[in-house]
Design a protein around this ligand. Sequence first.
Ligand SMILES: [Fe+2]
Length: 691
Amino acid sequence: MSTPSHSSEVHPFLRGNFAPVTQEYVSHPCQVVHGQVPQELFGGQYIRNGGNPVYPPEQGRHYHWFDGDGMLHGVFFDGQGRPSYTNRHLATPLLTMTLLLLRSPLPSIALLISPLSSLHRIVVAILQAFLIALRARMGVLSVANTSVIWWGRGLGLDELEEDQVEHVLGASEMLSNDPDQRLLATCESGPPLEVQLPSLQTIGWDRLKDPFTGESLAERRGRWEWWKRFGLSRVQEDWMTAHPRVDPLDGSLLLYSTQMFDAPHVRYSVIDRTGRHVIWKEGIDVGRAKMMHDFAATRTHTILLNLPLTLSPHNLFSRPPVPLIHFDRTLPSEFVIFPRLQPQHLIRFRDPEPSLIFHTANAWDEYDGNGCLQAVNMLGCRFRSAKLVYAAGAIDIPAVEKKFGAGDVVRLQYYRFDMTGSGKIIHTFPLSAIPFEFPTLPPLLGMSPARYVYGCTMRSGLFDEPLGGAAKVDCIAKLDVLELIERGRCRGVGKSMEPVDPRSSAEILKDWQDGVSGPIEIFAMPAGWYAQEPRFVPRYNGRKEDDGFLFTYVYDESHLLPDGTPSSDGDAGSELWVIDARRLSQGMSAVVARIKLPQRVPYGLHGTFVPGSAMRHQRKVEQSLPPQDLLQDKLARSRLQNFVSILFNRPMYRDKSKAEKVILALWLPIGVIMLALSIKEVTSYVVLKQL
Ligand SMILES: [Fe+2]
């Protein structure tokens, strides 16, 4: 990658430690530079996904944080706890095409959301992507760059369910003899992509085939007029949310997919722990097509977030036209709740104020003394505006999205939905004043009233930094959500925008230093160091909910050169920190292990930890995987290919000369004039002949 003269000219999500890496490592031994690796991690692997564009767009072209070819960064701990680092690109057809074209064939999300993008530019970009996909016979247009989940047959803790599984399968040894669990890299614009652990080699698209009926994500459900077989909606048929939910007790997988071109725009599915499709692509009416990044689920109910971020081709043809992705402030925030296995029995809860939730933290049922469901509770990171969507693309934020000023902070918001028939949101309020995103909690406590939720925050600044900046995480927060909810509920029913805990991050940190504890605890990174999304790993035989460790990749920005480019020195790599979740306020003394990595890990998206006990149930690959070249070799070959092509004057992609541009600009009008002249000539001849 060329080094720009002025780092400020580089897109904020491509500079500093947001810049992509160009080197892949395989099982590179790492040094534990501080502390000891806890025994809980032995035999397990931590994996984190994120965009890493192999050919970032040229300066001045659109780019968005959510773009970029997916790359996994993993640290594997062997049986003795010795760590090794592997990072591999997800080998998608799009990556192959990008290496061929020396640029991504996909339009940036920034192009689709920018109010300055002209209609013809968007249409041409989309058509170009689809035509390239068609020409290259790429069935899937996904970079699989968002998250990773571990799922498969036999997951879950419920012994009753275990018996049922054995009954259904008719073979009690099936779970142990036919392991089926696997790591799936996800992105909402395609099916999940199976990846082998610990090598992180791509296996292939996993369309979640039902072992009993053979039905898979690729098969169409619902109305299917003949012309749609050739339409764009077919391309979206096997898409799946980047954030499916796994029930920690019964092991079932809950998911939905969105359909931009075809109503109903949401299809909801449930797969049980045997792989059987219990509910499959049931349509949910959400009005116009939406960009829905996440949803929530309790053990009995599912909550869809039908929020006003539209993703609809109709936007382009509305009056006045708006971008393909548009936050429509005329729409309410709607929460569609239905029993997990009865999506037809839905209840719609509406908050008239538009809002945006990218991630939910947790949801759980609440029963009365007689065991009757009273309410569904949900925690989500709520934005009042869509600033983040613009900021992550370094696009000018529309004035209407800036009207909340300093009060527009993403906060962990509590919702309590009445399930006794009133259709009302009984409570909704923010738990704290601090910005809070990338929530996580102990995996086995999801869908139940877990006490602690962990996530990213910062000493100052916001996640939706204004144009030219990029949010960086310098604090990890731990919220005692049950205490904060209790306090908030005491203030009375209804909606409140006043945070239960009004303190800033700095005030919370000071309180803990002064010996004043409270429901929020913050781990502050040393100055100049930045973290990423944390993941929680419970301690063996832990007595309390917070008895465990938080994982996060961290980077010391003193390794950035004066012009903002990252140093490539041997000691300029990131570290993986393992932090004791019980004592976050103790700062660096809570870090139980620091593992030095051979290179930096760019700030990315979501990850997971797969314990050694689960990896033993990994699905076996039918045929041994062919060797997958390292990125550095692929890049060298791709550049050589391009060089040879230019040498023989058959460029695959290059800037056009002025003369070529003039010819290209004129050929269509000249062609039309020539055609018109020909028609005129022929008709005159016919008329003359008739005379
Ligand atoms: Fe996400």
